[in-house]
Design a protein around this ligand. Structure first.
Ligand code: ADP
Ligand code: MG
Length: 457
């Protein structure tokens, strides 16, 4: 069967990708939903895992009909590419594992000590909603580069809510409007790294001079330096020197200054002197707005690819905190749909994002949905679940099925069972019918929106 699956993959990914990435895979076993493949190198395994896992699972499920929840890639024990123990090289505070996401750090003490900016992180691409409007307004104000009105600007909020995006946006804006200013952005981790390096190379004077000649300093994820005494000390001096010169400082952290443990008290109170604003967790409207903006961008990249509007609402509803995860889900959907050449509808979304969806399950039950829907249409629950085929019962029934499919992680057969023992094809038909109807009938679209909100509340 693996042979057959390979042929399907070959059709999906094309000859050259097939030869580079799929051909070398050796099917090992399928055990309890986990498919394991042997790969010649960890690099290949990682690449395939990142780019083709979904596709492999999709075809495996389609052909074998079995349950495949995960694919694993491992290098067999006798291979040359076994992971080697990392070579040690310990430095006072730099012993933390280096995060892969951190930007390359410039070396040589007379370079500008900043990190590169992400070109997607501009104000244009930042979607403003209730949860982030204050932070956005403050960032805009600082980006005007006029009088220093609050110093520092302290932005905080959970992972993936747009702190780094806003900081880069400020930097881009200032580079445009005030090219004379020396604007430096870096993470607290990079700050520490530069500091440790300067200590080691006995270049502390250069280091101090460099940071004190900056006009606008942005330090991202400052919680990182908590508990790292000498780095905190140096940060404190840099900070004070800049504030004394009336230079703008912008800091971000994953929590409020008062809540960062192991942060020196004097730093804490300094950080609280300016404007402290938080990015609140996203709400449904903001998430939908972000998705819509992204889809516009993908339209250019994947012309001709259709996305069902219900899918965006579904994602905005189900992936509820981290914008990065939300964006990742959409990226994956588009990539996947273009590979298999299918429209992005609810079914494809469920197939492609099962892992993400499972992780963010909000546990709304089919029973709850049935109750809300029958209330809404003023019919009895027994009529919704019973055998009557009158439109007055059948339509709400299909709506409830549609919502069950999109708001819970239940399978079609499972949903059918809960609708008076109906067959999974009946459920599938119902879901499709509503998917069609809502593009033609705005009343249904509105009803769905209302119901969804009511259920979310
Ligand atoms: P943080 O630094 O707070 O962890 P990021 O700034 O890295 O989060 O944002 C994570 C991802 O989400 C980025 O790709 C960013 O562009 C995107 N993002 C976050 N908030 C918004 C928003 N309001 N509008 C558009 N994109 C956003
Ligand atoms: Mg960040």
């Amino acid at each position: 069967q693996w042979g057959q699956i390979r042929q399907e993959l070959r059709k999906s990914v094309g000859e050259s990708s097939y030869a580079s990435w799929i051909e070398p895979l050796e099917f090992h076993q399928l055990d309890d939903g986990v498919a394991t493949f042997h790969v010649p190198t960890t690099f290949l395994g990682n690449y395939v895992s990142r780019n083709f896992s979904d596709l492999i699972m999709y075809h495996m499920k389609a052909i074998s009909g079995g349950r495949v929840v995960r694919v694993n890639f491992s290098v067999p024990a006798n291979s040359a590419d076994r992971p080697r123990p990392a070579s040690g090289g310990s430095q006072p505070e730099a012993a933390q594992p280096k995060a892969a996401r951190s930007a390359p750090i410039p070396t040589g003490s007379d370079e500008i000590p900043g990190a590169p900016l992400d070109e997607r992180f501009t104000f244009d691409r930042f979607v403003v909603g209730k949860p982030n409007e204050l932070a956005h307004a403050a960032a805009r104000r600082v980006a005007e580069g006029g009088q220093v009105s609050f110093n520092p600007l302290f932005l905080y909020g959970g992972v993936g809510l747009g702190k780094t995006h806003l900081m880069h946006a400020i930097a881009w804006e200032l580079q445009k409007s005030r090219p004379d200013l020396n604007v430096v952005y870096l993470s607290a981790e990079q700050f520490m790294y530069r500091f440790v390096q300067a200590l080691r190379d006995r270049k502390m004077m250069d280091f101090k001079q460099l940071f004190r000649s900056v006009d606008v300093l942005m330090v991202d994820d400052v919680q990182f330096i908590a508990g790292k005494d000498s780095t905190q000390e140096e940060f404190f001096h840099t900070f004070n020197a800049l504030v004394d010169q009336n230079k703008q400082i912008i800091i971000s952290a994953d929590r409020a200054p008062g809540e960062i443990k192991d942060l020196e008290e004097r730093i804490r109170s300094r950080l609280q002197c300016g404007l402290v604003v938080d990015l609140h967790p996203t709400d449904y409207e903001l998430r939908l707005g972000i998705l819509q903006t992204k889809v516009e961008q993908y339209r250019v990249q994947y012309p001709g690819l259709e996305i069902n509007h219900g899918v965006l609402e579904f994602l905005a509803h189900r992936i509820s905190t981290n914008v990065r995860v939300l964006e990742g889900a959409l990226t994956r959907l588009f990539a996947f749909a273009s590979l298999v050449g299918r429209e992005i509808n609810m079914e494809l979304t469920q197939d492609c994002l099962s892992d993400v969806l499972r992780a963010s399950d909000r546990k709304i039950t089919v029973e709850e949905i049935q109750r809300k829907v029958s209330d809404h249409y003023n019919i009895r629950l027994s009529d919704m679940l019973g055998p009557k085929r009158l439109r007055a019962f059948a339509r709400p029934r299909q709506i409830a099925m549609y919502l069950s499919k999109s708001m819970t992680s239940r399978s079609l057969p499972d949903i059918g069972k809960r609708f008076g023992g109906r067959d999974h094809t009946t459920v599938m038909h119902g879901v499709k019918r509503i998917e069609e109807l809502r593009t033609q009938d705005s009343q249904i679209d509105e009803d769905l929106e209302l119901l969804r909100r009511a259920l979310e509340a």
